[in-house]
Write a protein that binds this ligand. Structure first.
Ligand SMILES: C[S@@+](CC[C@H](N)C(=O)[O-])C[C@H]1O[C@@H](n2cnc3c(N)ncnc32)[C@H](O)[C@@H]1O
Length: 461
């Protein structure tokens, strides 16, 4: 075991995976605030297309429902830097020339991290909608602090993967549950290890915030233990899915997302627009049963579980939702724009030489691709895409990368994961070919079926 050779010491005991996962995640968000986006980007943290698609759907239904004076409460759960809220409200205001829907809308940014909610205050785009939005400290898995049947629409992006999840696997017909134990090298913390362990176990955010970053250095040991799932929520639904699961493949059971669905059901008003959530994971039984596929992720110390969308859909129905929609996120957004789309990283991955490129050449390719796409792409928002030079980049390439990054158009593609359409891409095909892309690969990828781990849209109503 790796931890023996590297002087790792345990930070606690072996516990079911969900217990440690939620423990480290609350520390991660509690000490970082909006700095989380230094560790990962999401499809809404800088891009606007997903937010606009949601606003367009919301507007179409609200307008069709006709005049009313009651407020339309939209809640977003797990808000990050507030960009989804800002772009949703901006698009809604733009669509609502007659002033029938936007003035009635109250957008509530809900998050369990005070640090995160405070961070949204510096979002200038969001501040343009002062009076239309408010912030609420709440745990998506917790008990209710809002009035039942008061909310018109609930949104979330990449929160289900953060919420409590267990992992089950079937072995010789028996069910085994994953247990985790965190380890850290004492040298990774600049203080007495016992004292640190106490701060970590007590989630002392104020003290942990002052320490040099340590979450990324945690080493996780895993083991599987026999379990009786009789007292788990939706045990019957889980059992029936496990009957269809292949042996020895870890299957996430996102119990925190189940609790969030129940909460949404209680909060949604009689006439409502449902709960729309986006996340990444396994779309159906076919992907769940693919041997060797990943089922968790670590980003800068944050511990996420991929979402078992098959099970989530079944739990949604069992919980009492009348309709459950499931589609690929790319298709959901693409349908609103009337064409296929890809994120820029997916375009870059089609480059025939990407696999053999050193990291700095990949950075230069990404930047060259952004410059090419900016020949046609026009963002409704002005923002500078920061692209720092990675440590270890040789001097000559540093200069070139800094030059390319410094000359990006602020009205261009806003992010390396931003969605671009097929027509935006093929309009600059010549420039892309000059960078080494092949038309055939690009066309195929725009049409491609999704990968085993995919970004997925779900709506519960
Ligand atoms: C991966 S970030 C995504 C942020 C944003 N939705 C985005 O896509 O950029 C997850 C967000 O959910 C929040 N969060 C995590 N667990 C939560 C919980 N149990 N209740 C409420 N918010 C939670 C975090 O503080 C963070 O803002």
């Amino acid at each position: 075991m790796t931890h023996h050779s590297r002087n790792f010491l345990p930070l606690g005991d072996f516990k079911p995976a969900d217990q440690w996962q939620t423990h480290v995640n609350s520390i991660f968000y509690g000490i970082q605030g909006p700095g989380i986006h230094d560790h990962f980007q999401t499809y809404v943290s800088r891009d606007h297309r997903l937010a606009h698609a949601l606003a367009e759907d919301f507007f179409a239904v609200a307008r069709a429902q006709g005049p009313a004076s009651s407020p339309l409460i939209v809640q977003e759960w797990g808000v990050g830097n507030g960009n989804l809220a800002a772009c949703f409200l901006a698009r809604l205001r733009e669509l609502d020339g007659e002033g029938k829907v936007y003035p009635r809308t109250r957008y509530v940014l809900c998050d369990y991290s005070r640090e995160i909610l405070d961070g949204t205050r510096v979002n200038a785009l969001l501040q343009e909608h002062a009076g239309r939005f408010s912030a609420a400290l709440m745990d998506a898995e917790g008990t209710d602090c809002f009035k039942p049947r008061s909310v018109c629409k609930i949104l979330s992006n990449e929160i289900w993967d953060d919420l409590a999840a267990k992992a089950l696997l079937k072995h010789d017909g028996l069910l085994l549950e994953e247990y985790l134990q965190p380890f850290l090298e004492p040298a990774a913390v600049d203080m007495d290890f016992e004292e640190f362990r106490t701060l970590f176990l007590n989630r002392d955010l104020d003290a942990l915030k002052k320490l040099p970053p340590f979450l990324h250095a945690i080493h996780w040991e895993r083991s599987y233990q026999r379990v009786d799932i009789g007292d788990w929520p939706y045990a019957g639904t889980i059992r029936s899915l496990m009957d269809r699961a292949e042996e020895d493949i870890p299957i996430p059971v996102n119990i925190g997302a189940f609790a969030a669905l129940e909460r949404a059901l209680r909060l949604l008003a009689g006439e409502n627009q449902g709960y729309c959530g986006f996340d990444y994971g396994m779309f159906s039984m076919r992907e769940l049963n693919e041997a060797g596929r990943p089922y968790f992720n670590l980003y800068g110390g944050q511990y996420t579980f991929m979402v078992n969308f098959e099970l989530l859909a079944e739990v949604g129905k069992a919980a009492g939702f009348k309709t459950v929609e499931k589609d690929y996120q790319r298709r959901y957004v693409g349908q609103r724009l009337g064409e296929n789309l890809l994120s820029v990283v997916e375009i870059v991955r089609t480059h025939p030489r990407i696999a053999e490129m050193p990291p700095w050449d990949r950075d230069a390719l990404m930047l060259g691709t952004l410059h090419a796409l900016n020949g046609t792409y026009k963002s409704p928002y002005k923002r500078i895409l920061e692209y720092p030079v990675a440590p270890g980049t040789p001097k000559k390439q540093r200069k070139e990368i800094a030059r390319l990054a410094g000359t990006l158009n602020p009205r261009g593609v806003p992010d390396t994961v931003a969605y671009v359409t097929a027509s935006e891409t093929f309009a600059v095909l010549k420039q892309l070919q000059r960078l080494g892309y092949r038309e055939r690969d690009l066309r195929r990828t725009f049409e491609d079926p999704e990968q085993t781990i995919a970004f997925v849209y779900m709506k519960f109503q």
